[in-house]
Design a protein around this ligand. Sequence first.
Ligand code: BF8
Ligand code: SF4
Length: 650
Amino acid sequence: MSASPNKSVVTEVSRDPAINRMVQLARTDGISTAWDRYRGQQPQCRFGTEGICCRLCHMGPCRITPKAACGICGADADTIVARNLLREIAAGTAAHSDHGRSLVRTLKRVSEGKGGEYKISDPRRLREAGKFFEVPVEGRTDLEIAGALADFFMAQFAWSEEPNRTLRLAPEKRQALWKKLELEPRGIDATVVELLHRTHMGVDHDYRHLILGGLKCSLADGWAGSSIATIVSDILFGTPRPIRSRVNLGVLAEDKVNIIVHGHEPTLSEMLAMASQDKELLAYAGSKGAAGINLAGICCTANEVLMRHGLPIAGNFLQQELAILTGAVELMVIDVQCVMPSLAQVAKCFHTKLVSTSEIAQTFEAEQITYEVARGYEHACRLIRTAIDNFAFRDRARVHIPRESMEIVAGFSNETIFHMLGGRFRSTFRPLNDAIMDGRIRGVAAIVGCTNPKVLVDTQHVRLARELVKRNVLVLETGCSAIACAKAGLLVPEAALAEAGPSLREVCEAVGIPPILHMGSCVDNSRILLAATNILHEGGLGEDISDLPAAGAAPEWMSEKAVAIAHYFVASGLYVVLGHPFFVEGSDNVSTFLCRELEGITGGRFEWEPDPVQAAEKMLAHIEKKRDALGINAKKTRKLFDMKERRELA
Ligand code: BF8
Ligand code: SF4
């Protein structure tokens, strides 16, 4: 192992006892985990943390110090910090959007009859999308529409004179603002390329202009790449509906073949979900002494298969190594994003087979397969067979599955919320808007993003969610944040209701939604953007996202994707509280621009706040500020007076 772990008893690294126990076990066994390597990195480089190291050309690397206010080319801290931040936005946008593209390719194959077992699972969503994007649907078969829609989505990636058509998913006023500010992306790939160009040595140097370029790129993520990923996933695999399952390492089974799907693209995991029910394979597992096949997920793939199939979640980002450390995982299937290269080293200490399935992602010492859509089911069956064959090699003496496993309800797409709020006959957001307008629900908060060994893992997510629902704020969650809250029992509607403020609870009970809604994976943050748009369309809460009594937070974020998400939230007019700053603190100008001045431009801005109670207070203050601006705080008093008047009249 590279970093040698300390064998002594360690302090807690998480609020989750399952994590603490597995990290302790790893240390006892001399196997290093992210937390050991985190310690090995201390102290972390100040130049990196503050964003004032530039290696964009080979006259450098340059660092800003008290002795050197500029790099060799003359770039100052503002330019260097802004350029470094932009490169993260470009990478995050690229990751989400390439994921979207891969799904569009699958949709295209299906439309051509070359999609193997893949099919159009939600034709209604297909037709709705077709109509929305003006792809002709009348008199056409599902496959014809799918083909045309796939072509339309694919065209969104290339450069065009016309701004990305998917921006039309946003409220009109916001679209107009983007146009005025020249923030409209013109092709997803083209915008990422433009950002890389702008940040090349000797191009764009004004930190304000640079950051606006970053916002433009982030829109190509949220309102294009990620939106496309969500829509196409729904069409191919089904639009999520409320579903119950379980979460945490305790979902791994002592007596079954355990397979973990880890990564982001739901394509292969869909086939694995199907194949894990295959009678022949189940019989084969039985013949090897296993009581069944247990498919569970880690990270966003987990959220995808949970939302659509109710498959259990073994954990969030920092539990990937720990899952293998249980000694009970026969096979871990990985694809792209948030997959630690350390997995192969951990897997080597056990019988676990690690198989990488993406053509763009190889991990040293992991087995590589080339996944083909047309042969998806065949690949899935073969992988499951490999796992079953591996069951015999499990060392029973080294199996340590933590007890922790919690019930969870997930699957809250916009379509579901519409349906639940409106009842059987009328799909509508009205009851939600009414409750916000009369103050029973103060506003809506999104908590998203990763976990990070820099903090007591999961704690910030859970605390923030609790503090917000207590203050009668409806919480929307995605990604690893949703998993963190689920592990704490907060995604069991009954438990969450018990923690909610009285008026939020009353509304949630009346309309039958929980106070914390799991909306999916990280590309599904596009569902949160759409929820904001739906609330506006319903009426009474302003005309633009920046009018809404709403806020976003990513308390434990770590990835470049999270950087892109945070920026498209702010570019969409939202106030976003991050548990720790970007690498920008080496420039007061950039920090001030992000945290103060942007509000006058996009209506949204950033805030850094590590304390979750303070974060909740700040989000609530923002929500109340927006309520005041909408005049709905005042309206409430007037409404009471009207009733009194009416009684007097009576
Ligand atoms: O896309 S929340 S650690 S798994 S980046 Fe990664 Fe962060 Fe988790 Fe999903 Ni999102
Ligand atoms: Fe140094 Fe400028 Fe080159 Fe950056 S671009 S490494 S600041 S010379």
